[in-house]
Design a protein around this ligand. Structure first.
Ligand code: ZN
Length: 242
């Protein structure tokens, strides 16, 4: 029997199911931090490549320094030979002097190279430090987000659990035939009960015909359905209920 009292019970179940569906939607829409996690992974990859870049820059400095010191050693040896006075042959002497001049030019070039490579190495170190800092920030953001996400999920799950318990308690009071009809309608995502507010059906939103409102006023126990959507009309709720 679709009495107002029985419909009120079904209406509460319908409302609880609506709230449960809303919680499911909120839970599904939560950002679980996947995007932030991906950002962290990308930043870690960037650090790995910057570490390699820094290592290569360090090797380049060392290579240039090694070559410079070998050139310097050769210059020193030639200087010793030239100032020892053991080379008497002018042609041989000229040869040594030419070689010395060429080595000094090479030395100048290498000194510049060492400086350039050191600057490059410093820049690589700076880039790596900046990338590490950015990664630490992203990781902190990610961790905080995941923590907040888990909290939100736990809160929604608790809210859901409370609603499920409430629903079970209300379902236990429901009239069997109406409850079966409600479950069948719910499977089709159709509300079984339309609460009347401002003379309109709450299930479909359509205004009820004046004769129907009049019929209810004359007979408050009439079992009426919405002419638009077919929902059972719930005209009144127990005092104190919203
Ligand atoms: Zn309706």
């Amino acid at each position: 029997m679709a009495t107002q009292e029985n419909l009120w019970v079904i209406y509460q179940i319908q409302r609880l199911d609506g709230n449960l569906a809303a919680i499911e939607r909120r839970r599904a829409a939560l950002d679980d931090g996947t995007a932030l996690g991906r950002e962290v992974a990308a930043r870690r990859q960037r650090i790995a490549s910057l570490e390699e870049e820094q290592r290569q820059a360090g090797l380049a400095v060392r290579d240039a320094e090694l070559e410079l010191s070998s050139v310097e050693a050769r210059i020193q040896r030639l200087d010793q030979v030239l100032y020892s006075g053991k080379v008497g042959n002018p042609k041989e002497l000229q040869g040594y002097q030419d070689e010395l001049a060429s080595l000094r030019r090479r030395k100048d070039t290498l000194e510049e190279q060492v400086l350039t490579r050191m600057e490059e190495s410093d820049a690589a170190t700076d880039r790596l430090a900046a990338a590490r800092e950015a990664e630490a920030d992203a990781t902190a953001r990610w961790k905080a987000h995941v923590l907040a996400y888990r909290k939100e999920v736990a809160a929604l799950d608790a809210e859901k659990q409370a609603l499920v318990e409430q629903r079970e308690a209300v379902r236990a009071q429901a009239e069997a035939d109406l409850l079966r009809a409600y479950d069948a309608a719910a499977r089709l995502r159709k509300p079984l009960v339309g609460r009347v507010e401002e003379d309109a059906c709450g299930a479909c939103g359509m205004a009820l015909p004046g004769r129907m409102v009049k019929e209810y006023t004359t007979n408050p126990d009439a079992e009426l359905t919405c002419p638009t959507c077919g929902a059972h009309l719930l005209w009144r709720v127990p005092p104190g209920e919203a």
